[in-house]
Design a protein around this ligand. Sequence first.
Ligand code: C2E
Ligand code: MG
Ligand code: MG
Length: 631
Amino acid sequence: MSVSVRDALRMAALYVVLSILWLGLSELLLQRMADTPLALAIGRQINLVVWVLFSAVLIFVSRARLLNFIGAGARLRSEDRERLRMAAAVFDSTLEGVLVTDRNGLIVHVNRAFMRITGYQQDEVIGQRPSKFKSGRHGAAFYQQIYTTLTEQGEWSGEIWNRRKSGEIYPQWQTIRAICDDSGELSHYVAVFSDISAIKHSEQELAFLAHHDPLTGLPNRLLFNDRAEQAIAAAQANKRGCTLLLLDLDHFQSINDGLGHTIGDQLLKLVGERLREVLGTSVTLARLGGDEFGVLAENCQQIGHAGKLAQTIIERLREPFLCDDHRLFISASIGISLFPSDALSAEQLLRNADSALFKAKNNGRACYALYTEELTAHAQHRVETAGELRRALEQQELRVFFQPVHDLFSSQMVGVEALVRWHHPERGLVPPGEFIPIAERTGLIAEIDAWVLRQACRQMVQWQAQGKHLEFVAVNISSRLFGQHELFREVADVLHDTGLDPALLELEVTESAVMEDPEVALDQLHRLRELGLNLAIDDFGTGYSSLLRLKRMPVQKLKIDQGFVAGLPCDEDDVAIVRVIIALARSMGMKVHAEGIEQAEQARFLLEQQCQLGQGYWFGRPVPAQELRWA
Ligand code: C2E
Ligand code: MG
Ligand code: MG
């Protein structure tokens, strides 16, 4: 527009100069050419008319150009208006809040989304400063940094916490831009922001999930390790102690297998709740995986306290749990390790508690054990043995020995028990007591038992073929496998593959395996029995059999534990127990089989008591198949 005014002024000046020149020159020419005053007057009139006409034409042309210019201006303004209208519509309908301030930071405009997000109406904020919305979460340095970025770069984006009219503070993602006018002068600031509290919330949820067990809502192993490290650092700084307990539910797998994972999950949830109830909120409780829980007690600094805490937990977990219609009774084993007496790092503390837990399990479960240094040596040995055992299976270092079983009435060998041995390249023959518990813990037991079963059945078929007839071959089945459904299939496969008459196979199950999960056991025993084989309860007398349950078991034989046989015939208690077991077996129509017979008097006494079968060093030790003596 300023350029056009200049043009107009230039045109006007040119017009004036040309007019003067025209009038001056034409006067000179007229004076020279006109010889009479009349001719001079007429010439001047004509000249004037020409000048007026020329001027009129010139003014007309200029006016047309001016009108054209004005018309263009008018057209431009209506396009601008349209554009502005559209901008206003966007401004108002956008989901982002928009706030405009003048160059002094006073609010001049806000949009509808702003009102929705902040809860303020337009008239409550116009003329005010955005500092009205401060949450108090950021310090002066934060706002200073925004200001500096805005002046240096003209734009700032970032997360900022502000306060709604309701007082609630919430996070925004905000972009502020400095706006300049045509002359480059700062005129406004425009802030566009969105409410990101929902995103924040899901971020928090994700962070929660990464550190918590979704089933129980308790911290997971990751968070537990973290807390243990923090607790140790704090204990170190304050010259105090702390205790770590590892808790494992006994035979939880059988609940999963027998009642299904839904009940199993429910039970775990209830266990978590009960533990929380027992421990209170000052103690960190975590689910470390499966049926394993971790407890970190920072206020528990002495062995005595730790032991009491563990005992309380064990007792409270003994109380029944109600899952759907099931009243479930469980027990737990606990390993305890203390800082600083047992370990100086979180990792070591956990490892030691794990060794102690293993000890508690070996001590018969449903108890706690404290970590002692010798356990480290054991743990070390266990890890090494587990590794070696894997190799032993691959390299076929395992052997099956057979121990004779005699009919006490006829003194004839009527059967054998298959007992596994490990022919270690350096340690020689390793007895099962040393490696079976490790195999059970590492899961290798399934492979070992399946292998022994196959070897024993194969050997029995071979003896049959050689005309060496026995009534049975007995094979031990770990209680770990007893709760597993595959056991039945595995046994069926072996019988099928080897072609052994199922009636010649006897499976030995320990009393504890049967009694820990009677319902699962009952189902498993029936399935096995349907295959046509016989079942025996091994080490009878060492568990806590319920006679009622025993009556329902499809078991054909009780094996009296060698612990009771050792005291025969003098120890009165042993005598009484053995008598009761024999009477019990007979009353239930089962055979009785005594183990660990080392002396003739023991065999004689058992015979007097009407015990049919006997096994022990008196008759023969376990030996390789080819060394078995046949009558
Ligand atoms: P078990 O099934 O009760 O086997 C009897 C144990 O008593 C055998 O020990 C046997 O050698 C021992 N024994 C037999 N007669 C006498 C005696 O007169 N005096 C004494 N002191 N001991 C005698 P072994 O072979 O060391 O086996 C120990 C346990 O290891 C077995 O107890 C059984 O529970 C387990 N086991 C053995 N082989 C296997 C197997 O293949 N699988 C599983 N899961 N466990 C097995
Ligand atoms: Mg046995
Ligand atoms: Mg036994």
